[in-house]
Write a protein that binds this ligand. Structure first.
Ligand code: CA
Length: 237
C-alpha cells in the first residue's frame, strides 16, 4: 500500500541556495521561507553538488562568485546532470551577466546584486510557474498527473503503481518535453554514472511504463521512440 497523495497545497517547492557569504545566504533563505518554499543551503559549489545527490531541488539559486568551483562551473554540471532543475543565478555586476549570457550556460534567470528580496522571490516564482504550469508542483499532461513530492502518478484520476525507477524515468522524461534522450543518457540520468548496465534495460523500462500508462507505441500520447537514438516525451502545443 502506498501513502495517499497529500493535499496539493502541502507540496512545497524545494529551493537550494548556493552562496558562500552567510549573511546573504540567510537573507535569501528567510525571504524564500516567507514565501513558503522549502529551503536548503550550501556554502560552496562542491557542497551543493554533494547535497543534490541525495535531495534534488526544484530550483537552485546559484551565486556566481564562489570559492573553489565558481557558479558557472556549477551551472554547467547541473545542466548536464540535472537538466530538470531550474537555475536562477545571482551575479554581482552587469558585466557578469553579459558573461553568463555570452556563455549561454543555460540559467533560467538572473538577478543582479544588490537585489531586492521581493524581486528575487518573484523571479523564482516565475521560473517555477513556467516549469510547473499546473501549479502546486503537480506536473500534468492530458489526463496524466505526476506528483513529484509524493512520487505518485494518476491517470484519469486513478493511481498507477510504479516502481521507484519507473517513476524516475517517467518524471525525467515528462520534465523535459520535446527533448530526445539517448538510451545512454537515460542510463546516466536515472541509473547513475556508476551503473554499467545494458542500454536494453531502458527499453524494458519504457515498455513497462507504456503498458502501465496504456500508451500505444505506434501512436504514443506520451513516450515517443526516436529510432536509432532513444526516447522523447511528446511535446504539447
Ligand atoms: Ca559569493
Amino acid at each position: 500500500m502506498s501513502d495517499p497523495i497529500p493535499d496539493k497545497k502541502e507540496i512545497k517547492a524545494k529551493i537550494l541556495v548556493v552562496e558562500d557569504e552567510e549573511p546573504i545566504r540567510s537573507f535569501v533563505r528567510i525571504n524564500l521561507e516567507r514565501s513558503d518554499f522549502l529551503v536548503l543551503e550550501a556554502a560552496s559549489g562542491e557542497e551543493a553538488l554533494k547535497l543534490i545527490k541525495t535531495t534534488v531541488p526544484h530550483l537552485v539559486v546559484l551565486d556566481l562568485k564562489l570559492p573553489g568551483m565558481d557558479g558557472l562551473q556549477v551551472c554547467r554540471v547541473l545542466r548536464e546532470e540535472y537538466p530538470q532543475v531550474a537555475i536562477v543565478m545571482l551575479t554581482a555586476r552587469t558585466q557578469d551577466m553579459d558573461k553568463i549570457k555570452g556563455l549561454e550556460m543555460g540559467a533560467d534567470d538572473y538577478v543582479v546584486k544588490p537585489f531586492n528580496p521581493l524581486e528575487l522571490v518573484a523571479r523564482v516564482k516565475a521560473v517555477l510557474r513556467r516549469l510547473y504550469p499546473a501549479k502546486n508542483f503537480v506536473l500534468s499532461c492530458d489526463d496524466l498527473e505526476i506528483f513529484p513530492a509524493a512520487r505518485q502518478v494518476k491517470k484519469a484520476g486513478k493511481q498507477i503503481e510504479l516502481t521507484s525507477r519507473e517513476f524516475e524515468l517517467l518524471y525525467f522524461l515528462a520534465r523535459n518535453p520535446g527533448r530526445a534522450f539517448s538510451r545512454d543518457e537515460l542510463l546516466n540520468h536515472i541509473w547513475g554514472k556508476d551503473y554499467f548496465g545494458e542500454p536494453k534495460a531502458v527499453d524494458i523500462y519504457i515498455h513497462r511504463l507504456r503498458s502501465k500508462l496504456g500508451d500505444d507505441p505506434t501512436a504514443p500520447s506520451f513516450i515517443e521512440t526516436i529510432w536509432g537514438l532513444g526516447y522523447r516525451w511528446r511535446e504539447r502545443e
